[in-house]
Ligand binder design. Structure first.
Ligand SMILES: C[S@@+](CC[C@H](N)C(=O)[O-])C[C@H]1O[C@@H](n2cnc3c(N)ncnc32)[C@H](O)[C@@H]1O
Length: 320
């Protein structure tokens, strides 16, 4: 097969008829912070933030197999919840939880509109929204990187199109031959589209990302299969992701997960060992909560994830 731009190959590999997210159970291939036991504490943090903004419900974009939605429901079974993913509604989702199917990648389902009184959460969605990849050639021209979908072999194609080049020049300078850019324009537009569907509410994108002061020289495209890193080949057999240029997204605030937990008031101290002697179950529960919170906020791990926050998504849409 001939080589095509990464953005097309990636879209097909994850969301095409035989795409990775259509068939696989992602939990088998990678665990995220939405999975137990961390998901319970992440859900708690999300409810803290929704409470701060006096928002009743949560919409989860890229909801996987409903892991985070399930954890959110366990904390507040009375609150409105809606999950959106490319797969059918998971059979074990609690009654009353809504579910929409989307095409995958940047496009969202048409029915997702007029969202009111909700906090919209996109946990590790934008890093699987495919983007154009460019590379600086020997003549100083930024060319699109092409890939063979069956072998993963690459070549350089045409110079970047105007819109992608403008994004690269503004957000991700390339210095020497071979430097690569993951053009965040498709993520910026997908995020803006999501925000435009909110009438009154807020939105958070939680993802691994970078900012202008520290762009990765060689890009961050990565592939995982059965919890191991593998060579990125867009053949549908592995997950493909690239970190998000978070500061190019529309935002009111950007936190690390560590600072987000602090500012949204999530507090999970280690339990007093004396509790173990009188109520071992309660002790174990608090210990699990405290260790999960410590894992989620470890600056060398999950704590480095970025929280891109738009406080008044509806108001933003009306302004722009
Ligand atoms: C990396 S997984 C993250 C799943 C879950 N949020 C988590 O953090 O464990 C990305 C998920 O986003 C979903 N996804 C990608 N594009 C989507 C879209 N446009 N609409 C709905 N779901 C989407 C994929 O199917 C996949 O389940």
């Amino acid at each position: 097969m001939g080589k095509i731009g990464w953005v097309l190959a990636w879209q097909e590999a994850l969301y095409g008829p035989r795409g990775f997210y259509r068939g696989q159970v992602p939990a088998r291939d990678f665990a995220t912070a939405t999975h137990p036991p961390l998901g319970a504490v992440l859900a708690e943090a999300i409810w803290h933030y929704a409470d701060l903004l006096e928002l009743s419900g949560v919409v989860d974009i890229g909801a996987g197999r409903g892991e985070l939605i399930g954890a959110l429901h366990a904390h507040r079974p009375d609150r409105p919840l809606l999950g959106v993913d490319v797969v059918e509604r998971p059979a074990d989702l609690p009654d009353g939880v809504g579910w929409l199917r989307g095409p995958g990648g940047a496009p969202l389902p048409d029915e997702l509109s007029d969202l009111t009184d909700v906090l919209v959460v996109a946990h590790e969605w934008l890093d699987v929204v495919p983007c154009v990849i460019g590379q600086l050639d020997a003549d100083g021209v930024v060319r699109e990187v092409l890939v063979d979908p069956t072998s993963g072999d690459e070549d350089l194609g045409d110079p970047l199109a105007d819109a992608e080049l403008a994004w690269q020049q503004r957000h991700w300078p390339l210095l020497t031959e071979g430097d690569r850019v993951e053009v965040g324009l498709s993520r910026d537009l997908a995020w803006a589209d999501l925000l435009s569907r909110v009438c009154r509410g807020a939105a958070i994108a939680i993802d691994s990302g970078h900012v202008a002061a520290a762009r990765p020289r060689n890009g961050t495209l990565a592939a995982y299969r059965e919890d191991s890193a593998v060579r990125p080949v867009p053949d549908g057999s592995c997950d493909l992701s690239a970190q998000v240029a978070v500061d190019s997204l529309h935002h009111d605030e950007i936190h690390t997960q560590t600072t987000a937990f602090e500012s949204f008031g999530v507090w999970a101290p280690m339990p007093d060992p004396a509790l173990a002697r009188c109520d071992e179950t309660a002790y174990r529960r608090r210990l699990l909560r405290a260790t999960s919170a410590a894992t989620l906020t470890d600056p060398a791990g999950h704590g480095a994830f970025r929280w891109v926050v738009v406080r008044q998504a509806g108001a933003m849409t009306k302004r722009s």
